[in-house]
Design a protein around this ligand. Structure first.
Ligand code: ZN
Length: 120
């Protein structure tokens, strides 16, 4: 399952940035997840709780921020958000648009209790 390996990756990232003795102070892990990444946030949250259940991170929350799909039209220079799978420029109707955001998955912040927030 896609989300399960991603949850494991997130745990690995937290392990990289947070010292072992601080792991149980982690309150939340903030993520940016692009709409086009194909990740279902509810499923990722579920997998994350499963992955961390036996670790000091068991109490940490996953905070997922959805990033809308943004595209650019090379024909007229228009930049716009895509809500549905109709991938064409709403201004000039061109279909040669380039997706510029919406596919990302990024850990942006790890929040520790009574500590400065780690921003990645
Ligand atoms: Zn256009």
């Amino acid at each position: 399952m896609h989300e399960l390996s991603i949850a494991q990756d997130i745990l690995d990232i937290v392990n990289q940035y947070v010292a072992p003795e601080q792991m149980n102070a982690v309150r939340s892990v903030r993520l940016k997840v692009g709409k086009l990444s194909g990740i279902v946030p509810e499923s990722l949250e579920f997998c994350f709780s499963a992955v961390v259940s036996d670790t000091p991170l068991a109490q940490a929350n996953l905070e997922i921020e959805r990033i809308p799909t943004r595209a650019e039209c090379p024909d007229c220079g228009n930049s716009f958000l895509i809500d549905d799978p109709a991938f064409l420029c709403p201004r000039c109707g061109s279909t040669s648009i380039r997706v510029v955001s919406g596919t990302e998955l990024q850990v942006v912040e790890i929040e520790l209790a009574d500590q400065e927030t780690e921003v990645i």
